[in-house]
Structures are given as structure tokens and as C-alpha cells.
Design a protein around this ligand. Structure first.
Ligand code: SIN
Length: 313
């Protein structure tokens, strides 16, 4: 797979599993079966490209773990530090792709492109979208000027804060909500729409401890008829922080709010986000709770966990 030159920049592909590496029919397939070299071999247009492949994991991404994230972040950082590497592609499952993207963004905030891609159909399906997504991801990872953690699916390039799986089965499953995509990939050309993502990296040192000991941050949902039982159980289980998925603009049922106040009283940070998809909570309707701003509940959990890990909650 090696063929390096300035006109053919080196891209490293890290495999983690998912439907893009799945086998079977459209619904009854098993994710995470096919290795990265086979995924690359299924895309004839990648044959002349300078590529390296490394298998980090082979999981259905619903089972993504902090331990895999720790290994992945270290391998991404390792390859990014190699001057000859232009960018990195990570093949992933669609179900938690947005979480891995946000995690890598906060830990590494890379100056080179780190591009996650996935598929809604296995390679054995008539509707297989993985090969085109992989080709687009390699194009973007090698694109001069591209930077940051990006996700590319169905010709759209999403930023790590906004990207979200919005539909469970449709091929066009991913959205950046009101913000819209960062760029488009059309016929092998990248068309930028917004600035590339940037930010302050927490650094790999933030991940130095055993992932089994990373702070537990629980997510709970505000809904009709809710009470404080789950909050009290999470506090009793040693949670170090909570994210509440509020209704509408991040509002919270009075019964849940009471339990959350008890958690705050024993020192837990409590953040509020919204069940609504596609946009941030605005203002501070539940004054005592910290707003998660642009972050979905799943990403707010990651942010709060990383802040607790670096003691900046
Ligand atoms: C997964 O997330 O690993 C399975 C579902 C998918 O990739 O579409």
C-alpha cells in the first residue's frame, strides 16, 4: 500500500469496526468483521494512494469503551507526530461516531485532519455506502489545508461539536443541525463552507490513568412522571458528575430538579442539556445548573468527565 510523494500524501487508516466493516444483509448483519486492508481493497480508486493501515479494535460501536478510546487517542497522536503523515482516517460504527469524534477533538485538537467515517450499510449490501465514504475520507485526510477532527458521510463533512446521528436507518443519517456541515465532498473535490474546527487540546496526559478509574458521569432524562430515583442511585454508585437531558430549552421536571439539587449539595457538578436535537440550549432557564451549551447530552458527559479527569470541573 506504500507509495509516498508530495502529490500523493501518506494517509494512515485506523480501523475500529462498525457497519463499514460488517457482513450480512441490510438489517441482519454483524458489525466489525472485515479488516482495514480488505476495506481498502474494495475501493479500486484507493489503489494508487499512499496508505498505511492499522487495526485498533473490531467492535460494534455501541460497545465503544474508554479503554479503546485511550488506545485510539495514543495511536492517533503517534501517527500525527510523523512528519510524513498528512492525515488520519478512522473507520468506525455510526452509533457512537459522534462521541469518539468529540473525545478526540477535546484531547488532541489536531492541526492535521483526523477524519472519522462509517457506513449505514455493510459492504455486502446493494446500498453499500462504505466504499464511497472511505474514499471521501482519504481524500479529505490528504487535502492540503484541512484540519481538525472531522466526520465524513454521504458527501458531507461535519465538525466534532455538531455532528450527530439523526436517523437510525436512512443512508443520509448524519446531521450538523442548524450549524450545517463544515464542507462538502463532491466528485473528489472538497468544498469548504465554514472554518475547520479548532480548539485547545487537553493533551494525552489527561488520559494517563486507568480508564476503569475515569470519573463516572451519569446522564438522566427529564420526562413526564419522572422522579429522583435514578439521581439518588447514581450518587450512591459514586458518580462524580451528572448531565440532565432536559426538555425543550433545557428545562427540568420539578421532582428531578429537587433530586439534582441534593446531588449538587454533596458536591456533584450538574449540567443541563436538551432532548431536542440540532441546536444549543439558549440562556439559563434552570439558573443553578450549568448549561452544556452546544453539546448533546452524550458529548456533555464526555466534556464533564474530561474536566473531572483534569480537575477543572
Ligand atoms: C456500529 O455502530 O458499530 C453499528 C452500526 C453502524 O455502524 O451503522
Amino acid at each position: 500500500m506504500q507509495n509516498k510523494s508530495k502529490a500523493n500524501p501518506l494517509v494512515v487508516i485506523l480501523g475500529t469496526g462498525g457497519t463499514i466493516a460488517g457482513a450480512g444483509d441490510d438489517v441482519g448483519y454483524v458489525a466489525g468483521q472485515v479488516g482495514v486492508p480488505q476495506l481498502v481493497a474494495a475501493v479500486p480508486a484507493l489503489k494508487p494512494r499512499a496508505l498505511e493501515a492499522e487495526q485498533i479494535a473490531q467492535v460494534d460501536s455501541k460497545d465503544m469503551s474508554h479503554a479503546i478510546w485511550q488506545v485510539l487517542a495514543r495511536r492517533v497522536a503517534h501517527h500525527l507526530a510523523r512528519p510524513e503523515v498528512a492525515g488520519i482516517v478512522i473507520t468506525h460504527g455510526t452509533d457512537t461516531l459522534e462521541e469518539t469524534a468529540y473525545f478526540l477533538h477535546r484531547v488532541l485538537a489536531p492541526a492535521k485532519p483526523v477524519v472519522l467515517t462509517a457506513a449505514m450499510r455493510p459492504v455486502t449490501s446493494l446500498q453499500s455506502d462504505g466504499p464511497q465514504n472511505l474514499l471521501d475520507a482519504v481524500t479529505l485526510a490528504a487535502w492540503a489545508g484541512a484540519r481538525g477532527v472531522l466526520s465524513v458521510l454521504n458527501g458531507r463533512v461535519h465538525g466534532p461539536v455538531e455532528v450527530r446521528k439523526a436517523l437510525p436507518f436512512a443512508l443520509d443519517a448524519f446531521s450538523s443541525g442548524e450549524a450545517g456541515p463544515v464542507a462538502l465532498i463532491q466528485e473528489g473535490q472538497v468544498r469548504g463552507l465554514r472554518p475547520w474546527p479548532a480548539g485547545d487540546a487537553l493533551g494525552l496526559e489527561a488520559l494517563a490513568t486507568d480508564p476503569a478509574a475515569w470519573p463516572r458521569v451519569g446522564i438522566l432524562v427529564s420526562h413526564a412522571g419522572v422522579d429522583g430515583v435514578v439521581v439518588d442511585a447514581l450518587v450512591a454508585a459514586g458518580a462524580r458528575g451528572l448531565v440532565v437531558e432536559g426538555t425543550g430549552n433545557g428545562t427540568v421536571h420539578a421532582a428531578l430538579l429537587e433530586a439534582l439539587a441534593r446531588a449538587q449539595a454533596v458536591g456533584l457538578p450538574v449540567w443541563r442539556s436538551t432532548r431536542c436535537t440540532g441546536a444549543a440550549v439558549v440562556g439559563a432557564p434552570e439558573g443553578a445548573l450549568t448549561s452544556a451549551g452546544d453539546l448533546s447530552p452524550a458529548k456533555a458527559r464526555i466534556e464533564l468527565m474530561l474536566r473531572l479527569l483534569t480537575s477543572a470541573a
